[in-house]
Design a binder for this molecule. Structure first.
Ligand code: ZN
Length: 227
C-alpha cells in the first residue's frame, strides 16, 4: 500500500466515525433532566380548569337574553310625550313605570323568549289595552313582595298558567310580532314593570312623577351595582 492510499483510507475511516458520532448525538434519547423539564412545561401548559369568558356566562334572572346589550329606548321613570318620544307614532304620555327592552335587528323575524325573572305564582294572563298580551307574576325581590308585569307577549302557546309557580329563567311566552294584536300595535319589544306590594296595577305610565315610588326600576333589580 502506498502512503497516499493509506492516507485516503484513514480519511474515510475518520469521516465515517465523525458521521456516526454526529448522528448518535442527534438521536440521543433525552436525559432525565431534559425529559422532566419537558414534562414540567407541558403540565404548566395543560389547562387544569376551563374558564368561560365572562360575556358568555348567562344570567338566569333576566327577562330576555343579553338584556345588558339591548337598547332601552324607554328606561324606567322617563317622561314620555308623543311630541318628544323616541318612538315614532307615540300614543302614550306620562312617566314610564317599567323598562322597555328592544330586540336585536336579527330577532325581528324569530321567536324571542320572555322569561320569568323570579320564582312566583302566575296571577294573570290576558290581553290588556296598550300592551296586547300580558303575564303578571307574584315575586319576592330584595326580600319584598312585588308584582311583575311582562307586556307585549304572544299568549297563544304560552306555557304560563294562572295559579302555577314559575321559576327564575322559565319561559313565559314569546314576544308578540310588531304591529300585531299581541303587542296592541306596538313594535316588538318587552315591557317589564315591577310594582311593589301585592296589588296589581297595570299602568305603564303615570301622570305624576311621585307615583313612581310604587314601582321598582327593573334595571336596578336585575343589575344591582357591584360593591
Ligand atoms: Zn313600556
Amino acid at each position: 500500500m502506498t502512503k497516499k492510499k493509506a492516507i485516503i483510507i484513514l480519511a474515510i475511516i475518520l469521516t465515517t466515525l465523525m458521521v456516526f458520532w454526529f448522528l448518535s448525538k442527534k438521536t440521543e434519547a433525552p436525559t432525565v433532566e431534559n425529559f422532566s423539564l419537558e414534562n414540567k412545561v407541558n403540565l404548566e401548559q395543560a389547562p387544569t380548569k376551563i374558564e368561560l369568558p365572562k360575556e358568555t356566562v348567562v344570567a338566569n334572572n333576566v327577562p330576555l337574553l343579553n338584556p345588558e346589550k339591548r337598547i332601552t329606548q324607554k328606561p324606567f321613570g322617563v317622561l314620555i310625550d308623543p311630541k318628544t318620544s323616541p318612538i315614532p307614532g307615540e300614543r302614550f304620555s306620562g312617566y314610564h313605570t317599567g323598562t322597555d327592552w328592544e330586540i336585536f335587528p336579527e330577532e325581528a323575524g324569530v321567536d324571542v323568549e320572555a322569561r320569568a325573572i323570579c320564582e312566583g305564582e302566575i296571577r294573570q294572563k290576558k290581553k290588556i289595552s296598550g300592551y296586547g298580551g300580558v303575564i303578571i307574576q307574584n315575586c319576592i325581590l330584595g326580600g319584598e313582595k312585588a308584582v311583575v308585569l311582562y307586556g307585549h307577549l304572544k299568549l297563544n302557546d304560552s306555557p304560563a298558567e294562572i295559579g302555577k309557580t314559575f321559576f327564575m329563567g322559565d319561559k313565559l311566552a314569546i314576544l308578540g310580532a310588531s304591529g300585531s294584536a299581541d303587542t296592541d300595535g306596538e313594535r316588538k319589544h318587552l315591557h317589564l314593570g315591577i310594582k311593589k306590594g301585592e296589588e296589581i296595577d297595570v299602568r305603564g305610565y303615570v301622570s305624576n312623577r311621585n307615583e313612581l315610588v310604587g314601582w321598582l326600576d327593573p334595571e336596578k333589580i336585575l343589575f344591582p351595582p357591584v360593591l
